[in-house]
Ligand binder design. Structure first.
Ligand SMILES: *[C@@H]1O[C@H](CO)[C@@H](O)[C@H](O)[C@H]1NC(C)=O
Length: 191
């Protein structure tokens, strides 16, 4: 009887440890699979975005462009700055469309002021930043990008406290995208 019990205990113990080993292996293999499944592009995007102040925005922005998957770090920087430029252009177009129909003269003044701030960003600062990036002048590239963030913030602050900024969301997105682009370029700058 005692012998039968110890055989039983032995089998139960063996069963449990086999389950455990099986589970452990499956888990380990699963992690391994995940790792092997990542292509290099995704690895570089995640690794790079971890070094920016807006990880989720960085990953989603880069992944929305199919060219990101084959890009090196400089390519990712280029994609981000292009995105900053296209968002700034979009925002300027939006400001112009609001200006055409704004009945409140106070708001109209602020919108006109914002257009004045955005025009040189779209025409000069960001195109120059792209040229600088392509030429390997990373410090100068970041100078143009930080100007975009600065003007977006100045635009937003110009709406008086009584009226909330109709551009709040767009200005803040532009600020965050600029910070991501500048952070990626800073990695290039450090070499
Ligand atoms: C908005 O900008 C104009 C032009 O610089 C300035 O005169 C005005 O005081 C600003 N308004 C606010 C609320 O900051």
């Amino acid at each position: 009887m005692r012998y039968a019990i110890s055989i039983l205990v032995f089998h139960v113990a063996l069963f449990i440890s086999l389950q455990f080993i099986h589970c452990y292996n499956t888990h380990a293999l699963h992690l391994d699979d995940d790792h092997d499944g990542d292509d290099q592009g995704t690895d570089l995007i995640e690794k790079t975005c971890k070094r920016t102040p807006h990880y989720d925005l960085c990953v989603s922005s880069l992944e929305s462009n199919p060219e990101s998957s084959g890009a090196d770090l400089r390519g990712l920087a280029r994609i981000m700055v292009d995105l900053v430029l296209s968002k700034a252009t979009e925002t300027l177009d939006y400001i112009r469309s609001l200006l055409k129909q704004e009945p409140d003269p106070e708001l109209e003044k602020s919108l006109a002021y914002c257009a004045e701030l955005y025009i040189p960003v779209v025409k000069y600062s960001l195109p120059q930043a792209i040229d600088a990036l392509l030429g390997g002048h990373f410090g100068f590239a970041n100078y143009g990008i930080s100007d975009a963030a600065k003007q977006a913030n100045a635009c937003d602050k110009n709406f008086s406290k009584s009226s909330t900024s109709p551009l709040a969301e767009k200005n803040s997105l532009l600020n965050d995208l600029s910070e991501v682009a500048a952070a990626i370029i800073s990695i290039l700058l450090k070499g």
